[in-house]
Design a protein. Structure first.
Ligand code: NI
Length: 147
């Protein structure tokens, strides 16, 4: 039987044609701010993650990013960059509770934070770096890690 050398590589089925229990998958992750891919749709990925504390401010110039909160309360502070495009929506704080979602537009700087642990689903194109554009930081994680 073929066993992949890299246990986090994409499965042949790309997580499709099966029920996925998002919270159950999250509970298998070690640590916070460690997104793991559970499925792909076209060139988009569904990533589950648990978070607590503050994430660094960052921006994705080329893509919108969707947050779906499953448990807990997530705050996403936003501010438009100096070169904020026509879609930039200004400064503010989005508060998401379980069952709520938000889309952060491309070009809008954002800083997710959670006082208590939050479990959530991220939907974004393949290849998006979690800490955004610019140099990798302490919170940057390798892409395409499957649970
Ligand atoms: Ni982001």
């Amino acid at each position: 039987m073929f066993m992949p050398l890299n246990p986090t590589a994409a499965p042949a089925g790309r997580g499709q044609s099966q029920a996925i229990d998002l919270v159950q998958e999250i509970d298998r992750i070690d640590g916070h701010w460690q997104p793991r891919v559970v499925a792909e749709m076209n060139d988009y990925q569904f990533k589950v993650v648990k978070v607590q504390g503050e994430f660094p401010w960052h921006v994705h110039a080329d893509t919108d990013e969707t947050f779906v909160v499953l448990e807990g309360e997530l705050k996403i502070a936003t501010r438009s960059g100096a070169s904020g495009g026509e879609c930039a929506s200004g400064e503010g704080v989005i508060v998401l509770r379980a069952g709520q979602m938000a889309v952060v537009p491309r070009g809008v700087e954002h800083q997710p934070s959670a006082e208590a642990e939050v479990k959530m689903l991220l939907i974004e194109p393949c290849g998006v770096v979690n800490t955004g554009d610019g140099a990798p930081g302490a919170r940057t994680v390798e892409n395409d890690q499957w649970i």
